[in-house]
Write a protein that binds this ligand. Structure first.
Ligand SMILES: O=C[C@H](O)[C@H](O)COP(=O)(O)O
Ligand SMILES: C=C(OP(=O)(O)O)C(=O)O
Ligand SMILES: [Mn+2]
Length: 446
């Protein structure tokens, strides 16, 4: 890996329309930042990427379940040990519960270590009569509402790379060094269910307890379970960044986007003839596409043609974000189209992005119950069609923020003001994330 660096490796994308890209004032500064990135070591190794691809294949067949979660937008400011640890802890706790519910391994993937670029609905933001360019993620510009902060700075791509590297390093240290010990993770979950607000999950947690005691009695080597695989994913939005991180694997000669194990294309940039799809078509990573309720048959099949023409299992995930009120109407047709086509996909639900609302007091938020309703619809549709609901993709944080309404803590509109910290979309907090995991585990079991 990395001996042979290919400038503009999957460069075919440059001939295609590129949506949602920053307009850098200084093209030379952009070229310099991209050139700098090309000399930097890859963040992930192709062998790890291949192993994730195999796991995505297992998930597509019901032999594993995917849990993908993390911030809507990671920030440089929150690139701290405590923040990374709490997010990892939350995902590990969710994974333990889901593993029990699914009776299969859970593929753990963080929207972490690179989720720094954001597509926006509007190019500008207006506050108090002042209009400025929108915030597009810390790898592009600064969130502060000043003209200077909002100018895209290509050097931020290098900063994002360095922070992604330190995040991955800490994740690897934790997950290889014993922090993911199943006994420990289970004891954290016991702490969660001890809270009267989550009493309804107590008997489920007791079942897991019994299973743990059985494993112990049967002589399972828990020490051998102290290390877990944890993968990194982000939206492949910033084309210059992803291009600069694309390298040829010296073993196979294949191209990999080495900025993360898994990359996805968002709902706003998923045009089959557009640059983002062209970029991901050129790399061997497992990839995803977000699809919303307006997705047509032709769009869907064109995406499969571009991203998985040979129908390789594990290569392509379709991440559906339909909205709780539409999923039962819209998803069945799309599943049928894919089934008739025959090329396999891994179906994942994103129950967040189709369910965003503005509260009366002006916060961009989501309701916990609506989010869960979309997950329920996702399971119902796949179960009724005999296809596999292979995973969930959620926006979450390990912190005690108040961004999503409802859940066991009954966060209400006034409560949103208490700790609303997200830079873009509202995230489940630690407790809401666990609550979701227990509910999804029950769906998986039934
Ligand atoms: O995370 C997804 C999108 O970037 C986000 O929902 C866009 O938000 P906006 O509609 O506020 O631009
Ligand atoms: C931009 C996102 O989602 P979507 O493309 O589905 O709107 C996201 O996952 O943050
Ligand atoms: Mn988001």
């Amino acid at each position: 890996m990395n001996e042979l660096q290919v400038p503009g490796a999957a460069a075919g994308w440059r001939q295609h329309h590129a949506a949602q890209q920053p307009r850098y004032p200084d093209p030379q500064a952009l070229a310099a930042a991209a050139a700098d990135l090309r000399t930097r070591p890859p963040l992930v190794f192709a062998g790890e990427v291949d192993s994730l691809r195999e796991k995505m294949e297992s998930a597509s067949q019901g032999r594993a379940f995917v849990l993908m979660g993390g911030d809507c937008a990671e920030s440089f400011h929150d690139n701290t040990a405590i923040n990374i640890r709490l997010k990892l802890q939350t995902i590990l706790q969710m994974a333990a519960v889901l593993t029990y519910g699914a009776s299969t391994p859970v593929v753990k993937i963080g929207r972490m270590a690179g989720q720094y670029a954001k597509p926006r609905s509007s190019d500008t933001e207006t506050r108090g009569g002042v209009t400025l360019p929108s915030y597009r993620g810390d790898s592009v510009n600064d969130h502060a509402f000043t003209a200077e902060a909002r100018v895209p700075d290509p050097q931020r791509m290098v900063d994002a790379y360095l922070r992604a590297g330190t995040t991955l390093n800490l994740i690897r240290s934790f997950t290889m060094g014993g922090y993911a010990d199943l006994r420990e993770v289970h004891s954290w979950n016991r702490g969660f269910t001890a809270n009267p607000a989550y009493k309804r999950f107590e008997s489920f947690a007791e079942e897991i307890d019994r299973a743990m005691r059985f494993m112990e009695a049967a002589g399972v080597d828990f020490d051998a379970l102290r290390q877990v695989d944890f993968y990194a994913a982000h939206e492949a939005l910033l084309l210059e960044y992803e291009d600069a991180m694309t390298r040829e694997d010296s073993r196979s000669g294949r191209l990999y986007d080495t900025s993360a194990h898994f990359l996805w294309v968002g709902e706003r940039t998923r045009g089959a003839d557009d640059a983002h799809v062209a970029l991901l078509a050129g790399v061997h990573n497992p990839v995803g596409v977000k699809i919303g309720p307006t997705t047509t048959r032709d769009e869907l099949l064109a995406l499969v043609d571009r991203l998985n023409p040979e129908g390789d299992p594990g290569r392509l995930s379709l991440i559906t974000r339909m909205g709780a009120d539409r999923i039962r109407d819209v998803l069945p047709q799309l599943v049928e189209i894919i089934r008739a086509d025959g090329r396999p996909v891994t179906w994942i639900t994103d129950p967040m992005h189709g369910n965003t609302i503005t509260s009366d007091n002006g916060y961009k938020t989501r309701r916990f119950d609506t989010i869960m309703e979309e997950v329920r619809g996702f399971f119902e549709v796949h179960r009724s069609l005999g296809t596999v609901p292979a995973g969930i993709h959620v926006e979450l944080t390990g912190d005690d923020v108040t961004e999503v309404l409802g859940g066991g803590e009954h966060i209400d509109e006034a409560g949103l003001a208490r700790r609303y910290e997200t830079l873009v979309d509202p995230r489940l907090n630690h407790q809401q994330s666990l609550e979701m995991a227990f509910e999804v585990a029950e769906m998986l079991r039934s």
